[in-house]
Design a protein around this ligand. Structure first.
Ligand code: G1P
Length: 296
């Protein structure tokens, strides 16, 4: 069992994003902009804000632009410097200064468990964080720091949960839990991937943030395809739970932005745009008028 705080993050981002076709024929969905930053930057910023600056992107064919986004752009920087546009210059540099970005290829889309498994040699035996590439949480209500602290204390698996409506259980990993002395922390007693509402043991859904021990890689290697014919991370975690590895969860009370589907993506753009200091006021005024005059 490990007691060292996780210092590396893995971001599975190899998916084909069929829900966003044709936009994602040539552009990875992780690079779709939410106002003026790609989704992936919000996620790397979330890791960096929690002190994790070693980030492994699990990528696939046609997705190398994701790595370019975190590289320097000396030509663009020189042009902005010439123009004296310090604000944009800082924004362009910022994306290349957030973290050290590494990549590994997931040659075939065999599931989330398989994607995480490709990180084995980069991560080694240490605990590490996993941040799914299409969701992020509120910047001023971070989740990862508390998860990293808890994992350092308990040594096992630490998850994050959100409460979902009963009809939504079939979209998520769902846990059965026991309460603890801490009202925000639960002890996990069972995990099942995408159960029907009748089969779901609770309405606590696994949110796309995990802190996992390095020992999960051997378990993933032995995990057979499950729900949807894919090698599921949930199944590997359920095996570890059955083997006595402690699994805890933090119940997240903030807002989770889900950009994995067009509706959630649009909501995220609007929710973040109305909060922006530079354009929020004007956008709110326009939005109010637009909605008020909407005739359908
Ligand atoms: C994945 C996981 C699921 C989790 C969800 C969170 O599902 O398999 O357990 O609840 O992410 O977004 P996916 O969205 O890849 O189908």
């Amino acid at each position: 069992m490990t007691t060292k705080r996780a210092v590396k993050a893995v971001i599975p981002a190899a998916g084909l994003a069929t829900r966003f076709l044709p936009a994602t024929k040539a552009v990875p969905k992780e690079l779709l902009p939410v106002v003026d930053r790609p989704v992936l930057q919000y996620i790397v910023e979330e890791a960096a804000a929690a002190g994790i600056t070693d980030v492994l992107l699990v990528t696939g064919r046609g997705k190398t632009a994701m790595v370019d986004h975190f590289d320097r752009r000396p030509d663009v920087e020189a042009r902005l410097e010439e123009k004296g546009d310090q604000k944009r210059l800082a924004a362009v540099r910022r994306s290349s200064e957030l973290a050290d970005i590494y990549t590994v290829r997931q040659g075939e889309a065999l599931g989330l468990g398989h994607a995480v498994g490709t990180a084995a040699s980069h991560v080694g035996d240490n605990a590490f964080a996993v941040l799914l590439g299409d969701e992020f949480v509120e910047e001023d209500k971070p989740l990862l720091p508390a998860m990293l602290d808890l994992q350092e204390k308990t040594g096992g698996i630490v998850l994050a949960f959100m409460e979902v409506a009963p009809h939504e259980t079939s979209r998520y990993g769902i846990a059965s839990v026991r309460t603890t002395d801490d009202p925000d922390v639960v002890e996990v007693t069972g995990l099942v991937e995408k159960p029907s509402p009748e089969e779901a043991p609770s309405n606590l859904a696994v949110l796309g943030r995990y802190v996992l021990p390095g020992s999960i890689f051997d378990v993933i290697a032995d995990t057979k395809p499950g729900n949807g014919g894919e090698i599921q991370l949930t199944d590997a975690m359920a095996t570890m739970l059955a083997d006595g590895v402690p699994v805890h969860g933090i119940v997240y009370r903030g807002h989770r932005y889900d950009t994995g589907m067009p509706l959630g993506y649009l909501q995220a753009v609007v929710q973040l745009a109305v909060q922006r200091e530079d354009l929020g006021e004007e956008f709110r005024a326009w939005l109010t008028e637009f909605v008020g005059g909407w005739k359908g």
